[in-house]
Design a protein around this ligand. Structure first.
Ligand code: ADP
Ligand code: MG
Length: 253
């Protein structure tokens, strides 16, 4: 707990996870997760494939249910109450490995769909906001194209812009660069770095350890459904505590 207090960047809690457990059927996928995320934190979640990283962040925006313990986001407790779930989904943006854009909608329509239908934003205003964020991710000229006409790096930047159009307070990234050709990775990471610099609270599952060193204030290492270790990047990389962390780092660095 002392270590976590040192790492916080604000006194305001964004996400509070307490003794959270999740099962897929009989499989105990997340075990006794305790995690407090303060506003403005940039957390990188690392760990081997299958360790529960995606499941953890999917629980935070209620894409997955947990069965034990509690999760609250900006003070709202996640329950099966649909009103809470809608509220959480509009406050917590999520970017996936495979972009998940709607292929039959233009880039602009991808960005305005949720603001118009979920937030009830007037169409003109939603379009202005969309163009603002498409400009921010440096592809305003692609607004009238369809996702299939864009490169992977461009599509992922659209996915980030689309999330930002909902004015989220927290952004979750699940391996946002893993499906990209190497030359497109940096354009997506640059967008994420800019977001971090603007103070966005971010939880990023990524294998980009350069990004973790540069941007994260905290790295969390998961294995077999547990948080095994967490620390500031410098300590995490230079002085890992557990054998499992050492083994993982020796395999990826
Ligand atoms: P990671 O993102 O760290 O690779 P995941 O959270 O995707 O790990 O998966 C953790 C474990 O849960 C894996 O063993 C995976 O096979 C299993 N799992 C993931 N999703 C489901 C599901 N919908 N049903 C059953 N098991 C799942
Ligand atoms: Mg995953």
């Amino acid at each position: 707990m002392a270590a976590e207090t040192q790492l916080k960047v604000s006194d305001q809690v964004a996400v509070e996870i307490s003794n959270m457990n999740k099962w897929y059927g009989a499989f105990h996928v997340l075990r006794d997760i305790d995690l407090t995320v303060y506003q403005g934190e940039r957390i990188v979640i690392a760990g081997p494939s299958g360790s529960g990283k995606s499941t953890l962040i999917r629980c935070i925006n209620a894409l997955e249910e947990h069965q034990k313990g509690s999760i609250s986001v900006d003070g709202t407790v996640l329950s099966n109450d649909i009103k809470n779930i809608d509220r959480i989904r509009s406050e917590v943006g999520m970017v996936f490995q495979h972009f998940n854009l709607f292929p039959h909608l233009t880039i602009l329509e991808n960005c305005t769909l949720a603001p118009i239908w979920v937030r009830k934003t007037p169409k003109r205003e939603a379009e202005e906001t969309a163009m603002h964020f498409l400009t921010k991710v440096k592809i305003p000229e692609q607004a009238d194209k369809y996702p299939g006409q864009l490169s992977g790096g461009q599509q992922q930047r659209v996915a980030i812009a689309r999330s930002l159009c909902m004015k989220p307070r927290i952004m979750l990234f699940d391996e946002p660069t893993s499906a990209l050709d190497p030359e497109m990775i940096s354009e997506v990471l640059d967008t994420m770095i800019e977001l971090a610099e603007e103070g966005m609270t971010m939880l990023c599952v990524t294998h980009e350890m350069g990004f973790a060193r540069k941007v994260a204030n905290r790295v969390i290492f998961m294995d077999q459904g547990q948080i095994v270790e967490q620390n500031e990047p410098e300590e995490f990389f230079n002085n890992p505590k557990s054998e499992r962390t050492k083994l993982f780092l020796s395999q990826i660095l």
